[in-house]
Design a protein around this ligand. Structure first.
Ligand code: ATP
Ligand code: MG
Length: 266
């Protein structure tokens, strides 16, 4: 792996890329997964590369939904396994959610490589690998339609980090509560999900574990209150407004500095 100097201003972003490349070499991440990450990074730049207030509130609602679900499932693809395997396993334990492998670019080798990575991170039972994904989601053309009859097919709440819009829509149509983690608040996934966390999975996954441990102690009554007070459309608008505000402020500063002949430090 390339040595990234710790003082580099983009050290977290560069290390994240290295992790994806390493897991690409091991067959966990698909080539298109590298490109999808780039789309995410662009939005992270616009968000200021930090977890926002609306994202935190969406995370609380997400954990509340998982904790009060009857059959919660966390759906994992190559990028999620590469970037957040340990946290996903911890979150599944804290919320009693099953873990299922679900891929757009499906191959038995990749499914097994992802399972291995999750098992190394402490997972015990991984659904959706090989013949286990014997059920089908109606309406979906992609390989994402293949699901485990003991997992996504019968789940009431599904966490789908870094998801494709088609499947989000199909799962919502099936009456399931879908939680997405997506840096792009404009994607179809973000727009169609029941709860959308507009944040980088690298930051969101450990935060979700932390919130799960806190909310578990508070009991289910508090979870129901959080869910009743959460409005996803409003929350998404707040994320979009934050990007807008940030860009306007930067544009204003730049204009001001240009007038003074100065430099803008982003
Ligand atoms: P959609 O299908 O929902 O309309 P899309 O086609 O634009 O979205 P996809 O390629 O299907 O995008 O999925 C990749 C999505 O994952 C992108 O929206 C991107 O913002 C998001 N993404 C990529 N990397 C991360 C990450 N590390 N954390 C959070 N989101 C990410
Ligand atoms: Mg897509």
């Amino acid at each position: 792996m390339t040595k990234i100097p710790p003082e580099h201003p983009r050290v977290v972003s560069l290390r994240t890329r290295e992790k994806l490349i390493e897991q690409y070499d091991k067959g966990v991440v698909a080539p298109a997964g590298l490109i999808a990450h780039g789309r995410g990074e662009a939005f992270d730049y616009l968000l200021g590369e930090k977890t926002t207030e609306p994202a935190l509130r969406a995370m609380e609602a997400a954990v509340a939904a998982l904790l009060t679900a009857e059959k919660p499932v966390i759906s994992v693809n190559g990028n999620v396994a590469a970037l957040a395997a340990e946290d996903i396993v911890e979150l599944s334990q804290a919320t009693c959610a099953k873990i299922e492998v679900n891929l757009f670019y499906r191959s038995l080798e990749r499914e097994k490589a992802i399972r291995e990575l999750l098992e190394k991170a402490g997972a015990r039972a991984i659904l959706g690998v090989g013949e286990d994904a014997s059920a089908r989601i109606p309406e979906l053309g992609s390989e994402r339609r293949r699901v485990d009859p003991h997992g996504i097919l019968v789940a009431d709440v599904i966490l789908v980090p870094l998801e494709d819009g088609d499947r989000t829509e199909a799962l919502v149509k099936m009456g399931k509560k879908v939680i997405a983690i997506d840096l792009n608040p404009l994607s179809r996934t973000a727009q169609k999900a029941s709860i959308t966390i507009v944040d980088n999975i690298v930051r969101a996954a450990p935060k979700l574990v932390e919130i799960a441990k806190e909310l578990e102690e508070d009991g289910k009554k508090n979870c129901k209150k959080i869910l009743a007070n959460f409005d996803n459309k409003k929350n998404l608008s707040e994320s979009i407004a934050l990007i807008n505000e940030r860009l306007s402020n930067i544009a204003k500063e730049r204009k001001h500095l240009t007038l003074r002949g100065g430099q803008l430090d982003l």
